[in-house]
Design a binder for this molecule. Structure first.
Ligand SMILES: Cc1ncc(COP(=O)(O)O)c(C=O)c1O
Length: 335
């Protein structure tokens, strides 16, 4: 566990040890911290556009993989499980599952596809622990390295409140000097540890995850059915073929109307809205002077940036609240 999903992504990319200058495939349409560790650690983001599922365009990813891009950091956008074909195209991948705990493709859960996967437990996520995140991997060397990086980079893998689990704490040397294992630095890590309290909240909630997933699906289906007759005005989310998503939020893309005015009216009636994260990250101030590649047109990301908004459907949204969200949105987009 880490103290956020962003920390999880940061730790994951440090553990991978991809060299500065390495080209890393990633989409423009995502949360900024999917990309920030790529940039911070000196790699070059090679951007693909999204497709109509809001996920990274798999054909563009395939082109990059064929042309020699070996690494990728890829999200399941707002919970819509990414086409699993993409994970095997690259040598190593980081799966940004921050929005997708409980989402599946066939029987396989999001978070089990990438070399390392990352989750967020921030508010409105599938579990919420105040702040919190997690990295997962089946690779034991990467697992140990991530434990070290999360806890200051130390060699000793004792968890907080544990001591001398290896039984050799005072029986190790560093560069010939007898040393306490707790203070041997095997990595330049950081302090990405969560509060114990966050872990407690997560442990309690994880027993309720199935029910939370059902509520999210119930709310998604309610909104999806309610908006069926306004598809000349809005584009409804397109589920990846074969996917069984546990949606993070309900995305709506306007075919007509002014988003700022519409979401302003919706907000005034007590229904909160969100934009789909960065839209097209390459248009944000953080990208100024950052080396990157944009080999494809970014029409979908640009359209999402201009026309998409999201409403809530998380496990705290009751059927009555969901009905209110549905009616307010329908009334305002059709005005
Ligand atoms: C796709 C994605 N990646 C990363 C994050 C960052 O997670 P956190 O807010 O826990 O830092 C988020 C946050 O919602 C997200 O949606």
């Amino acid at each position: 566990m880490t103290n956020s999903g962003s920390s999880a992504l940061d730790v994951a990319i440090q553990a991978m040890g991809w060299k500065p200058g390495t080209r890393v495939a990633t989409p423009t349409l995502t949360f900024p911290t999917t990309i920030s560790p790529i940039v911070k650690y000196g790699m070059i983001p090679v951007f693909v556009d999204a497709d109509e599922t809001y996920n990274a365009n798999p054909f563009q990813l395939a082109e990059l993989a064929e042309s020699g891009v070996d690494y990728a950091v890829l999200p399941h956008m707002v919970g819509n499980t990414l086409n699993p074909a993409v994970w095997t195209m690259f040598k190593e991948t980081i799966e940004d599952s921050c929005d997708a705990l409980g989402s599946k493709f066939g029987p396989q859960l999001a978070g089990t596809f990438g070399t390392i996967s990352c989750f967020s437990f921030y508010g409105a996520h599938h579990l919420f622990t105040g702040e919190g995140g997690m990295t997962c991997t089946k690779n034991t060397a990467l697992y140990d390295k991530m434990l070290s990086i999360v806890s200051w980079g130390r060699d000793c893998l004792c968890r907080p409140a544990e001591d001398n689990v290896c039984g050799k704490r005072f029986d190790v040397k560093v560069d010939g000097v007898d040393y306490d294992h707790k203070y041997i630095a095997s990595n330049f890590g950081g302090n990405y540890k969560p509060l114990d309290l966050c872990g407690v909240l997560g442990n309690i909630q994880i027993n309720k995850l199935e029910r939370f997933t059902e509520i999210r699906k119930r709310n998604f289906n309610y909104l999806y059915n309610y908006f069926q007759d306004i598809q000349d005005i809005v584009t409804l989310p397109k589920i990846v073929t074969g996917a069984d998503p546990s949606w993070f939020a309900f995305p709506i893309t306007l075919r007509k109307g002014n988003r700022k005015e519409i979401t302003g009216r919706i907000e005034k009636r007590g229904v909160q809205t969100r934009l789909m994260f960065a839209g097209n990250i390459t248009r944000h101030p953080c990208m100024k002077d950052v080396p990157h590649e944009k080999p494809f047109p970014l029409d979908v990301s640009d359209s999402v940036m201009a026309n998409t908004f999201m409403v809530g459907l998380n496990q705290t949204v009751t059927p009555e609240e969901c009905h209110k969200i549905a009616t307010v949105v329908k009334e305002e987009v059709t005005k």
